[in-house]
Design a protein around this ligand. Structure first.
Ligand code: IVH
Length: 665
């Protein structure tokens, strides 16, 4: 075929494939058979192969998974990607609603109720209606560019019905059926199984090779739009969802307008009943204030919007059998019985162990080895045994007795007067030390990739690491002597350890594993005391003086720093060059514009140039005089100069004053 004819035919094919793809993947209502569709796609691919220069940016051929990328690029989200506040009961949902009524001085406002999709959050950037790139959430302000994999999501439109420029948010997920099939395949191939559908979706999106995502039939629902071109006036979230549909996106069909918390609770209950019948996993309901002006009034905290809340489903139950009971020694020495179960699928993940919490719970529930039990899973929390089906007992079940000695170090276990848990008080108990290393390296802590449970155990048992301070003194030769440790893994581990030295203080505080100090408390402590040395020297009064920090946390912090071992660990960490401070090293302000380079042009309405510059700097950005490819965006006012033109030529993002205000607020 001549090139001209090929171009014409390609245009036709692109349109047809795109259209039928939309019927099939977005509307779930195909108009032609799969075979017909495949034929069209095949023709398109063949023609494009012949004339590669005729491939367009929105060609469906881009979906089949092109060449692998070398590494993930970091992308800055225009608007930070926030998380959601959780509530755990219908009562708390009522409290949320009344709190907003009060804050807004309103008697009533409506909400949009949406299923909470259990997948992976992504941000999608469209310019003049064409999909440019997509990214994961990352730390909320910067994510990883995963465009190559998002292109393989057939329900994601590559060109919108209107040529707007916008950032769109949604959740990528995998259908339950596809997830089960995928795990089946992996099982036959001897590969490790994905624990649940969410992990499978996330694992697919975080691949360098898009061929992998292409094989996994991922899907997406979108739920928010931030239009940068500002052509569309959308007064409510509901209108926004309708508009997203008009643009060609897949919006969850179950979304519903509700007028009050009672209706929201009805929606929640009916969805909980329907949940198993849905072809994908959901883990709750998201409720959002409908009026966008009200959303704006309420604003957001640094973590989550004040106008939305997630009401998670409480549990998912299953029936299985207890094969045995083991005791586990945690990093604080607490000894917990754990039921070893016949594997059972719960909320999309395979469960093999369930916590029995402590001896009292074990007695109260009367769990015996061999019992048939009901297990449930609440959110991400480890599964629990709900009850024993005693009527199923055969008489062959065995009783379990808690040990009197620590299963790890053999020292006597004791119970503190006000506690139910048995504890091992031996400060050098191997099980505790290993758990502390695991915790130190975990994602919420120092995030040392490659240092998981088995390596932590190996490092401890080989004598190389006695406490977390020793981690930073490991060297290649020592590591290579470990079993199953190759050059590459050793190099990666040392690299990850090195990288972790730069972590901000709050991660280090989490990692140290002080009892009762989770991420929230660690952030508060780090923000206030600013250095580990100051925190270590703080008095209980100083610590309780902080909002949200109670005496329980304060005395635990004091106790932790008074231990001799803590001092030794701190010395090792400090000498190894581990960062003890919360502020970023360059003294940059932390803010929505952190790391952004911005150029100003034209006259702004609300600010003088100097004011704008100060404001940008206060929000973490930097103002420079001229546009280059390193410019993140140009802020334009009345009568902009040639800088605007230059920015347009270079394809640099252009923000008007109101976009900018929204961005920084
Ligand atoms: S709204 C600023 N709506 O849940 C509001 N999120 O736990 C942020 N999610 O990061 C999100 N379904 O990945 C929203 N209908 C829905 C959702 C949803 C799933 C995810 C999303 C978010 C996470 C927060």
């Amino acid at each position: 075929m001549k090139k001209k004819a090929a171009a014409r035919r390609l245009k036709e094919l692109r349109e047809q494939v795109t259209e039928h793809n939309y019927y099939y993947h977005v509307l779930d209502a195909p108009r032609i058979s799969d075979a017909e569709f495949d034929l069209m796609l095949k023709e398109l691919l063949q023609l494009e192969k012949l004339y590669p220069d005729l491939v367009t940016f929105d060609s469906p051929s881009r979906r089949v998974g092109g060449t692998p990328i070398a590494a993930f690029r970091q992308v800055r989200h225009i608007v930070p990607m926030l998380s959601l506040e959780n509530v755990f009961s219908e009562n708390e949902l009522g409290d949320f609603y009344r709190r907003l009524e009060k804050n807004l001085s309103l008697e009533h406002f409506s909400l949009v109720a949406e299923p909470k999709i259990d997948g992976l959050a992504v941000s999608l950037y469209y310019e003049n209606g064409v999909f440019q790139r997509g990214a994961t959430r990352g730390d909320g302000s910067m994510g990883e560019d995963v465009t190559h994999n998002l292109l393989t999501v057939w329900s994601l439109p590559l060109r919108l019905q209107e040529s707007i420029t916008a950032e769109i948010r949604g959740e990528v997920f995998i259908h339950r059926e596809d997830f089960l099939k995928l795990n089946e395949q992996r099982k036959t191939r001897g590969l490790s199984l994905f624990a649940n559908a969410r992990n499978a979706a996330a694992g697919s999106i975080r691949q360098l090779d898009p061929k992998i995502a292409a094989q996994r039939s991922l899907d997406i629902f979108v739920f928010s739009l931030n239009e940068i071109s500002k052509t569309k006036h959308l007064p409510t979230h509901w209108d926004m969802l309708q508009y997203l549909k008009e643009l060609g996106f897949r919006v969850n069909p179950l979304v519903s307008l509700v007028e009050n918390p009672e209706q929201a609770a009805d929606f929640y209950r009916s969805l909980e009943l329907k949940r198993r019948e849905l072809p994908y996993e959901i883990d709750g309901v998201v409720l959002k204030v409908n009026e966008l002006t009200l959303q704006q009034k309420l604003g957001s905290t640094s973590r989550a919007p004040r106008w939305a809340v997630a009401l998670k489903f409480t549990s998912e139950e299953g029936i299985t059998r207890v094969k045995g009971i083991e005791v586990n020694v945690g990093r604080t020495g607490a000894v917990t019985p754990v039921a070893i179960l016949e594997p059972v699928l719960l909320a999309g993940s395979v469960v093999k162990r369930a916590s029995l919490h402590n001896e009292d719970v074990l007695r109260e529930k009367e769990v015996m080895i061999g019992d048939e039990v009901v297990v449930h899973k609440a959110g991400d929390i480890i599964p629990e045994v709900v009850k024993v089906n005693k009527e199923k007992r055969t008489g062959r079940e065995l009783d379990f007795v808690m040990p009197e000695q620590c299963p790890s170090c053999g020292k006597e276990l004791k119970r503190l007067t006000d506690e139910v848990a048995l504890r091992c008080f031996n400060p050098t108990c191997p099980a505790q030390l290993i758990e502390r290393i695991i915790h130190f390296a975990s994602k919420g802590g120092m995030d040392i990739s490659g240092l998981g449970e088995s390596l932590s155990r190996q490092l401890y048992e080989s004598g190389l690491v006695k406490d977390v301070g020793d981690l930073y003194y490991l060297n290649r030769e020592e590591l290579l002597k470990l079993e199953r440790m190759g050059e590459k893994s050793a190099g990666n581990l040392l690299e990850a350890l090195h990288r972790s030295k730069k972590n901000p203080l709050h991660k280090l505080v989490v990692a140290l594993g002080i009892r009762f100090v989770g991420e929230r408390a660690a952030r508060l402590l780090a923000a206030h005391f600013k250095s580990l040395t100051k925190l270590a020297a703080a008095t209980t009064e100083e610590i309780t003086g902080l909002d949200e920090i109670g005496p329980k946390i304060a005395s635990s912090v004091r106790e932790f720093f008074e231990q001799e071992e803590t001092g030794e660990i701190m010395d090792k960490l400090e000498k190894a060059g581990v960062n003890f401070y919360e502020e970023p090293e360059r003294g940059e302000e932390d803010g929505p514009l952190k790391g952004c380079t911005i150029v100003l042009t034209g006259t702004l309405d609300g600010y003088t140039r100097q004011e704008a510059k100060e404001l940008i700097e206060a929000k973490g950005g930097k103002v420079v005089g001229s546009v280059s490819k390193n410019t993140d965006f140009v802020l334009t006012g009345e009568a902009p100069g040639s800088k605007l033109q230059k920015a347009q030529e270079l394809g640099i993002k252009i923000l008007r004053e109101d976009d900018f205000i929204q961005l920084i607020s």
